[in-house]
Unconditional design. Structure first.
Length: 101
């Protein structure tokens, strides 16, 4: 079988993550145990962690993203999205139903 280096690296990473247990990175008697493995401290909050850090640390990317959001808000789809978001944030109170005789 021929596997690419990328596939092998991804498999190794997934294997290491699967081996993590609370005893590897958790708290023991109120003190945090810091693993000494080579990959410690590099793992981010899921696949979107790198993007979140980029947005926090790169002002040019923040401006580019904000510009895109403003342009999206002016499109038909953006207006529908914003309207739905506002409706979810402020739901209308239910109207009392009239009694039927």
């Amino acid at each position: 079988m021929n596997y690419s280096a990328l596939d092998i690296n991804q498999g190794n990473t997934l294997q290491k993550q699967a081996q993590e247990t609370p005893s590897n990175f958790g708290i023991l008697d109120g003190a945090m145990e810091r693993p000494t493995s080579a990959g410690y401290g590099k793992r981010m909050a899921g696949p979107v962690g790198a993007r979140a850090i980029q947005l926090m640390n790169d002002p040019a990317e923040q401006q580019r993203t904000q510009g895109w959001m403003q342009q999206f808000g002016m499109s038909n789809e953006g207006m529908q999205f914003n309207q739905a978001r506002m409706m979810m944030a402020n739901p209308q109170p239910q109207q009392p139903q009239e009694e039927q005789k």
